[in-house]
Structures are given as C-alpha cells and as structure tokens.
Design a protein around this ligand. Sequence first.
Ligand code: PLP
Length: 425
Amino acid sequence: MTLQIVPDATPAAPAERTPIERHLDRFGTAGGQLLVGGIELERLTARVGSTPYFAYDRGAVIATVAALRAALGGAVEIGYAVKANPMPALVDQLARLVDWLDVASAGEMTTALDTGKSPDRVTFAGPGKTDAELEMAVAAGVLVELESAREAARVLRAGEAVGVRPRVAVRVNPDFAVKGSGMRMGGGPQQFGVDVEAVPDLLTLLADLDLDLQGFHLFAGSQNLHADLVRRAHERTVDLLLDLADRLPEPVRYLNVGGGLGIPYADRDRPLDPAEVGEPLARLVQERVRPRQPDARVVLELGRYLVGEAGVYVTRVVDRKVSRGRTYLVVDGGMHHQLAASGNLGQVIRRNYPIAVGNQLDHDERETVDVVGCLCTPLDVLGDRVELPVADVGDLVVVFQAGAYGRTASPQQFLGHPAPAEVLV
Ligand SMILES: *Cc1c(COP(=O)(O)O)cnc(C)c1O
C-alpha cells in the first residue's frame, strides 16, 4: 500500500494566479526554465539557432480551440482570421482545428488555400480589394465579403472575367458600437462594410446580379475582455443579421457574427472564460437563429484569442548597464519585431506585457529593471520598471502574449536588423 499525499487545497482558480504564474502554468516549467512545446527554453533556443525568435506552442493552440468548441457545443462554427498570425505552419495547424479561414489579402489567401482547406470555407474580407485579388478569390471559389456596392459591381466583373459565378456575403456596418473593445471596427462611419441602413438597397441591386449571395458578416470590434459586453454584442448582431436575412427570398447559408474576444496583456486584465462567451452564444443560436434560419452556418471569427496566448517572443540579453541608479537589460530584439509590447501599436497608455527571464525562473534574487530593445530610439522599451530575477548577459528574456500581431504587425525593416526566426513546437 502506498501513502498518498493529498494536497490540502485545490489549485487556485486562474483568476487568482498572477498573470506570470498563469503563463508559467500554461506552458510548464522544468529546472527553472520555461517550456515551450515541452522543450526547455535553452535547448529550444539552440534548436532554433539564433535569437531573437518567436515560438508558438501547438498544444496551447489545440487546447484553446478545444475549450471554445466545448463551450459552443456544436451550435457555432469557428473561423480563424489569418492576419493575427499568418505563419504557414500555424495556419496549417489551425486549418485542421477550425471550420473557416478568413483572409484579408492575396498573400493570406494563398497561405490559406495551400493548407488544403476547402475554398468554400475560406472568406475574404477587407476594404480595398484590388481587381486582381477579386479575380483570384472568385477563381479559387473563396467567399468574398462585400465592403461596398461598388465592390459588388467589381466582383461581378471579376466573375465574368474568370468565368465563375462569385460567392459573396454582405459585410454590415452596424448602427451600434461595442463597448469595451480595444479596437472598434463597426458603428458610426467606417471604411468597413455597408451601413446597415443602406443594405436593403444593396440587396435590391444584388437581386439583379448573377452573384451567389450566401449571407451576412458583421465584425464590430476586437480585443474585448468583458464577457457581458461581448454577449450583448452577439445578441444585437444576431438580431440585426436575422432581420436582414428576412429580406431575402431564400434562406441564408452563412451568418458570421464576428468575434472580438480579447486576451489579457496588462497586469490588471483578467482572461475571458470561454464558457461565459460560448455558452450564451450557443443558446442564442438555438433560440433565435434556428427557428428563422435553420440551415445557416453561424460563424464566430477570431484571431488573437486563438493564437495570442500560445506565442512567446524570446530575446537574449546583450548588455546590462546602470544609468544614474536605473538598471537596464539591453536585449537583442525589440519593437521592430514586437511593436505592440513596446506600446506603440495604438495603445494610449503604455503598459508592460508579461515578461520573464525564461532560463532563470527559480532565481531567488530579484531586482527592478528596464528591459530595452536594441534600436536607437527611446520608444524601444519592452519592460518599464519590471521586477525580475537578476539577469545577466546571455540570459533569455521572454515576452508572453506574442502569438498574435507580433512579427507581421511590426516594422521589421526599421534599423535594418535581420528578421526574427519563428517556430511552431
Ligand atoms: C482583424 C479581424 C479579425 C480578428 O480580430 P482579432 O482581434 O484578432 O480577433 C476578425 N475579422 C475581421 C474581419 C478582421 O478584420
């Protein structure tokens, strides 16, 4: 008989852990090192061959999608917005996990189609699609989300040029805005979508055009951490899209209700519980959508929520200096790779992203330092007065929440350093 050691308390709920503890729990640690994809950070760094780099944890992406799927219970399909992270291996992985891929350029469309995803599960949104892009999309059989009446006429011509009947949906700019969104993309005047009050006229126009109208799309905002506000936005979105769908002679096959789920970046941010968003949306679909549109595929379209937390940006300390009492860790990366962490991607107030010394997690001696990048500008700050284990030249400083809008949303050419490597493990 073995003696079992029973812990005297269950592990703290995620919200009670500090942000750094939550990230370490998720990735795992061994011997004072962060694990990414189960590999100790120093070993992974040797495997990658250079710093700085981005590493994405495949298991973390799989777990995020699984938790969301469980909450949605089969009532709602999931789309991945490729612009959040277009690394081909990652898009490939997501193509196997989610139902739809949403692209916003010809380049993203090529990446999405290369995964083998059926073109009728690829959507193409975004203002300013060129004629060449529209022809590519129509030829591929991708669903084009119309951002204006003029674009409808252009996609029709693209269809004539390539001899294929275009599949389209109307992207709607709603008459409401979603509170709590870090970035607003609907409500008021917008370059995105067709104002809801102009949609009836557009539908009259479309009735005379040889287009395969599949349904509607509404994406109102992004980076929202308030489950109640997301829930209310989904309710308004569903009601608005159902009323528009009633104007069509045939049932619709596609209702994309947007997404907007955020991830915590600053210390005071709390993570969203997938059940708090997914379960009410699933209920909404059963109660309101199914009676009126039994066959419509309802899509929740997400970028950062699916991949943001799975990524880390890994840099190496190249200098440690003290200036008039302040200690600086100078690392070999910076804002040219991870602009958002420097606070220069639309943030009004700069707040530190979660940071750790990924190869010295168990170091007891701690100090308050500034972590700065290698660019010759005072804007290149990754951590402003952060408390970290004492680190020295050669140590690995890790920035969490780097899986979305990192490498491809940063000015890589600025200062002319080489591009960072990227791995999916
Ligand atoms: C950017 C974008 C998304 C993804 O936004 P996230 O904040 O990354 O979830 C989804 N849909 C459309 C149309 C977008 O433009």
